[in-house]
Structures are given as C-alpha cells and as structure tokens.
Design a protein around this ligand. Structure first.
Ligand code: SAH
Ligand code: SF4
Length: 369
C-alpha cells in the first residue's frame, strides 16, 4: 500500500488521518503537524512526545517526503533558487528573496502552464503537471529549514511572506494550492499572516469566486494591459474572461474580505508594447471607472532565450509610474532580483533537461564567486 505523505495534509486532514487510519485521538494530529512544519522533522523517531509503538505504526503507513533538491543556486544579491524534482520526473523552482527583515518565498504551483502568456517562459513550456499539496508546501518546508523554522527560530523568522508567483497558474490547481495556503496560515503550521500570503492569478474567474468563499489571502492580478485588444494577445485567457468580467470578480473578492485590503495589479513592462503613456492613461481611466481598491506593481520584463520582447527602458517605466502616481494610484516598480541565476519573474523553467544545463551554469557561477 502506498504511504500517505503527511507533509501535504492540512491540520484538519491530519485529524481525519490519525482517527481513521491510526485509530488515535485527534490531539495527536496537532502534535504531528507541529513536528513537521514548526520543527522541520521528517523522521517519526524524532517525534519524542509520541509513544514508540505509535511512531512505529506511523512509519509503516506514512512518510514525510519533500521534493528532492536537485540544485540550489545563490545569487550575488542573496536570492536563493532551488530546483526541485517532483513526482513524474520533472522539476520546478522555488525562489527565496531576502529584503531587510522580510523574507519572501516565491512558490510554484504547476510544472509548466497551459495559459501561454506571450511574455512568460513558463507559459512557453506548455503544461506538464499539477503539483501535489506535498510538493507545494514542501517548498515552504525546505525554505524554512534553510532560513528559520517557525518555532525553533522565532527571533529570526526568515520566511515572512509567501507569493504564489512561481511556475504555473495557482487557480488551475485549486485544491492543492488552497490546502497548502491553509498550512501556511495555520498557527500550528507556519503562522504567516493572511496579508503576507499572496496568490497571483492571470484571471481564472470562476476559481477566483470560489477562492473568496473559502480562504482569505491577499490577491495579485496579472493585468499587463489596459484594454482587451492588447490583453487578448499578452494574456490569452482574457479571451475567455475579459477585463470587465475580471474586474467584477476581483471587486466581489474585495467586498467579501473582512477588512479594507486592496489588491495588486501586476503589469509587466514590455518595450513599445504596453508601456506608452497612452497605456498609462487608459489604465488610470480603467481603475477610476471601476473604483477598485488597488495598487499597481510594474515589473520590468525579464528576458529569456527565444523571446522577441525586450524590457522597457528605465525612463519609460518611470514616466509610466509618474502618470499613475499623479492620478493617486500607488505604483511601485519591482526590483529585479536573482536574474544572475535565472530566478527573476517569468524566468523559471524547470524541466529535467533544462536543469542539467542550468546546473552546469550554476557550477560556473559558484566558481566565479
Ligand atoms: N500564473 C500566475 C502566477 C505566476 S507568474 C500569474 O500569471 O499571475 C508571476 C508574475 O510574473 C505574473 O504577473 C506574470 O505575468 C509575471 N511574468 C511572467 N513572465 C514574466 C517575465 N518574463 N518578466 C516579468 N514578469 C513576468
Ligand atoms: Fe501561466 Fe502566469 Fe506564465 Fe501566464 S504568466 S503563462 S498564467 S505562469
């Protein structure tokens, strides 16, 4: 019989497991859950508050298995990228970005992506597979073991934020993603505040509506264009759920929140494509017309092999930003991090074949440093 991988269970699924599979009392679930996520334990023998026979029984029916780290690369700016092997033989990437007291982990949800945004290297790979809950939360577990676990290292909590902005469209792998986010938020898990767990979506509207009824996390919407004509080209899912439909869904999401949080619109700056002042002007109009509570995050395009797009020049990005700021829209420009190790937004590719080539490059990089 296949072993149950306890890493992927939410606390309430763990309760079901200990009661149904082990015939144990519910409180054991909390103990096991804390061992895994707060102490980083992957061996039942280390769970010292469980009786020995229970530990032995656990080892017979269950495992705690994170994806295997096939490569780890450190950027000069402190960004770390892991290439992780997942079931089925392919690989994904997770990226840790330190910034003062903040440590943001960028988590993947799928191998590849079916949505084929024209400027995204993950999209260019096509869809390979959905990650399991253990493969998603396993990325947080691995980073926490590197940078500080919730309980053991309270003084230096190093994974303070999680963004579902790695490879894949999180809302197309709905349940594993939501379950993993529950464990991120759980006080017996990683205890990260709901404002610091952000799901980024290109706009899968029905799933967005469902999300609003099931979990409360922060939201980022990949907009990238201020009108349907252009967005149809850059973000093809726009042909199914256009800008108005998407804005109505995001408004419903905000309305259902218990506080007055705003959402973030992500806007990748593509030279000569969506970065002109007329686009900024249209974006201002769109945001004003809908009255949506939002910030805008401009992302300088990160090039990857085979793309025809180029990054907008700095003065163009700044002029675009100024136009929005003058209209009282909070607008930030994302600093590119980890591009020397191909860890920047949209540069994540994770096939095993790629990994081999990349590994060679990492080795070179490490030799140079
Ligand atoms: N699928 C989700 C989350 C992953 S992508 C989504 O699309 O929102 C995270 C962000 O990086 C998205 O806003 C995405 O559009 C952006 N992105 C993708 N490729 C990029 C690139 N080459 N340069 C800069 N940003 C990119
Ligand atoms: Fe998929 Fe997001 Fe890339 Fe679009 S930008 S192809 S939705 S991962």
């Amino acid at each position: 019989m296949a072993l149950t991988n306890l890493l992927g269970l939410t606390q309430s699924q763990m309760v079901d497991f200990v009661q149904e599979a082990l015939g144990e009392k519910a409180f054991r679930a909390r103990q096991i859950f804390k061992w895994i996520h707060q102490y980083g334990v992957d061996n039942f023998d280390d769970m010292t508050n469980l009786a020995k026979p229970l530990r032995a029984r656990l080892a017979e029916v269950a495992e705690i298995r994170a994806p295997e780290i096939v490569f780890q690369g450190d950027s000069k700016d402190g960004t770390r990228k892991w290439v992780l092997k997942v079931d089925g033989g392919s690989a994904v990437e997770a990226v840790y970005i330190p910034d003062g007291k903040r440590g943001t982990l960028c988590v993947s949800s799928q191998v590849g992506c079916s949505l084929d945004c024209s400027f995204c290297s993950t999209g260019k790979q096509g869809f390979n597979k959905n990650l399991t809950p253990a493969e998603i939360i396993g990325q947080v577990w691995i980073a926490a073991k590197s940078y500080g676990l919730p309980v053991l290292d309270t003084a230096e909590r190093r994974v303070t934020n999680v963004v579902m902005m790695g490879m894949g469209e999180p809302l197309l792998n709905y349940e594993p993603v939501v379950d993993s986010m529950r464990t991120m938020l759980d006080d017996d898990g990683y205890g990260i505040s709901k404002r610091r767990v952000t799901l980024s979506t290109s706009g899968v509207v029905p799933a967005l509506d469902r999300l609003g009824t099931e979990i409360d996390v922060s939201l980022a919407i990949s907009l990238h264009a201020p009108n349907n004509e252009l967005r149809n080209v850059l973000v093809p899912i726009n042909k199914k759920y256009n800008i108005d439909t998407l804005f109505q869904a995001t408004q419903r999401y905000l309305d259902a929140l218990p506080d007055n949080r705003s959402l973030t619109f992500e806007y990748t700056m593509l030279d000569g494509v969506n970065d002109q002042l007329e686009h900024a002007q249209q974006l201002v109009k769109l945001i004003r017309r809908t009255g949506i509570r939002c910030k805008v995050n401009l992302i300088p395009f990160n090039p990857f092999p085979g793309t025809d797009y180029t990054t907008s020049p700095r003065p163009v990005i700044e002029a675009f930003q100024r136009r929005l700021v003058n209209a009282n829209i909070i607008t930030t420009v994302r600093t590119t991090r980890g591009d020397d190790i191909d860890a920047a937004c949209g540069q994540l590719v994770g096939s095993v074949m790629d990994k081999t080539r990349r590994s060679e490059r990492y080795i070179k990089l490490q030799q140079v440093q």
